[in-house]
Design a binder for this molecule. Structure first.
Ligand code: C2O
Length: 546
């Protein structure tokens, strides 16, 4: 495979949404496209005037042996301090499709994110008709307050954070939100053409339904993996996921406009709906139109109700790998290790001098196998590589929860989480089957779980408690969806398989940022293999220090 070296100077725009209405931050997304090859992304220049320490994660990039470039703060690197620089240097091998990048420290990703699109190699066509145009569509959230202040307040008081004030499409909240007519994403289309929409959910805390009035979408790719095409009016996309759809425009509709809108899919408590976000699809008219929004479109899509789990389930079931000769689904058929993780919300003791807002004077916490992850103060990958794990992490992450209980039944009396910085150690090339079971300790809730460093196959999912005797019989090992972020169903479970063929330390966490902040995260430590090309590369010399 030939690599072309493409160097991109990423002048990171840094937007903290402190603005008062109606001045919205403009398009927070920057957009890079590069052919499969070597990407070097420089993050130095503009960081000198960034007031926060920062790291950047290349969400969905496998980072084969280059874990030093993965980005999660205190997992694979210490943060880049104000005025310092760090070069993320990595090779993209065997991947193509829609991915994205975002800050990976505290809540900075609320405004620091963008699409990362890897085109197919030259002369390799899409497995569908070549689109007339490709359009990235990235969903985000709009806060009227600095999101960093919101999360630090929530952690200090042990309460829930404020929800965002609006959603955005390509950084813009759209004409239905106060004073925002000018800040509307508009997509001008020609009749009778096929457009490829590359959709990304960069929202902090919400899974989203999305639809375009009077138009059908054909899903063709998810998390940069082709899927068996299927048609739908609405898509469901969780934070962290990407979905490519084909939009076929109608044969003639001069001047007509249609709303595209998104609203949350929420199964937990604190259900809210600030679903004012709208963009506009406009058919070119023969008469020159300046596209000022005087008359809003007549047509608005009907989106499923907020808690429509049956829509979510049906949509998810339709996602199948292409599993063709050109694009096979290489589902691991052997399993070396089986793990069962409970994931969900719980409580922990309030510190003295806090006034905590959780149940019975506790504070909110979240955990995996009842362990709420404690962020270390040096990076796990460094500690591992230099043999300095003592006092940083312990290699004893449990393979099962400590106690069995009826995970989706009545909540147990004890809702307390344990805590620690524990990692799960895997020998190189371990084939893993992992069941993730949502618990309804503080209300059942769907959690988008994201695994760094790997794609995994979603071989099964269901509601209620996972049954190890029955459920594996129905696993799909033929054409399961392959992805990096999966919604664990509210009050249910999901089964994934992956091959641990990438040495390093790999974060796994809920991509609802508030749950990550509460501790719904853990790390896998994949050891080096024996061969030289199975070992983690040495760290770059500019690796930030803690
Ligand atoms: Cu997109 Cu660790 O996240």
């Amino acid at each position: 495979m030939g690599f072309s070296t493409i160097q991109l100077l990423a002048l990171m725009g840094f937007f903290i949404t402190l603005c008062l209405l109606p001045q919205h931050a403009q398009g927070v997304t920057r957009h890079y496209e590069f052919n499969l090859g070597r990407a070097t992304i420089y993050l130095s220049k503009s960081l000198t005037n960034v007031p926060n320490n920062i790291t950047i994660h290349w969400h969905g990039i496998r980072q084969l042996r280059s874990g030093w470039a993965d980005g999660p703060a205190y997992i694979t690197q210490c943060p880049i301090q104000t005025g310092q620089s760090y070069v993320y240097n990595f090779t993209i091998t065997g991947q193509r499709g829609t991915l994205w990048w975002h800050a990976h420290i505290s809540w900075l990703r609320s405004t620091v994110y963008g699409p990362l699109i890897i085109l197919p190699k030259h002369n390799v066509p899409y497995p569908f008709q070549k689109p007339y145009k490709e359009v990235p569509i990235i969903f985000g959230e709009w806060f009227n307050t600095d999101p960093e202040a919101i999360i630090s307040q929530a952690l200090r008081t042990g309460g829930g954070p404020n929800v965002s004030d609006a959603y955005t499409i390509n950084g813009l909240p759209g004409p239905l939100y106060n004073c925002s007519k000018k800040d509307t994403f508009k997509m001008k289309v020609k009749p009778g053409k096929t457009y490829l929409l590359r959709m990304i959910n960069a929202a902090l805390n919400d899974e989203l339904f999305f639809s375009i009035a009077n138009h059908t979408l054909t899903v063709v790719e998810a998390d940069a993996i082709y899927v068996k095409p299927f048609e739908t009016d609405t898509i469901l996309i969780t934070p962290g996921q990407t979905t490519n759809v084909l939009l076929k425009t109608k044969s003639s509709f001069p001047g007509a406009t249609f709303f595209m809108t998104a609203r949350p899919y929420v199964t937990g408590q604190g259900t809210f709906d600030n679903s004012t976000v709208a963009g506009i699809l406009e058919y070119e008219s023969p008469i020159h139109s300046s596209f000022s929004i005087k008359n809003l479109p007549l047509f608005k899509p009907t989106l499923p109700p907020l808690n429509d789990t049956s829509f979510a389930t049906n949509f998810t079931k339709k996602l199948r790998s292409l599993a063709s000769r050109e694009f096979p689904a290489n589902v691991p058929d052997r399993v070396d290790e089986r793990f069962f993780f409970t994931i969900g919300l719980g409580t922990s003791l309030c510190d003295q001098n806090q006034t905590c807002q959780g149940p019975n004077g506790t504070k909110f916490a979240a955990s995996v196998n009842n362990i709420s992850f404690v962020q270390p103060n040096t990076a796990l990958l460094q500690a591992h590589f230099f043999g300095q794990s003592n006092g940083v992490y312990r290699p004893d992450f449990p393979i099962n929860p400590f106690h069995w209980f009826n995970y989706t039944g009545n909540p147990p009396n004890n809702t307390m989480v344990g805590n620690g910085t524990k990692v799960m150690v895997l020998p190189f090339n371990t084939s893993v089957e992992l069941i993730m079971q949502d618990t309804s300790i503080l209300g059942a809730e769907s959690h988008p779980l994201h695994l760094h460093g790997f794609n995994f196959f979603v071989v099964g999912q269901g509601f209620g408690n996972y049954d190890p005797n029955k459920d594996p019989k129905n696993f799909n090992l033929v054409d399961p969806i392959e992805r990096n972020t999966v919604g664990v169903p509210s009050g249910g479970w999901v089964a994934i398989r992956f091959l641990a063929d990438n040495p390093g330390v790999w974060f796994m966490h809920c991509h609802l940022e508030v749950h990550t902040s509460w501790g719904l995260k853990m790390a896998w430590l994949v050891l080096d293999g024996k061969l030289p090309n199975q070992k983690l590369l040495p760290p770059p010399s500019d690796l930030p220090k803690c």
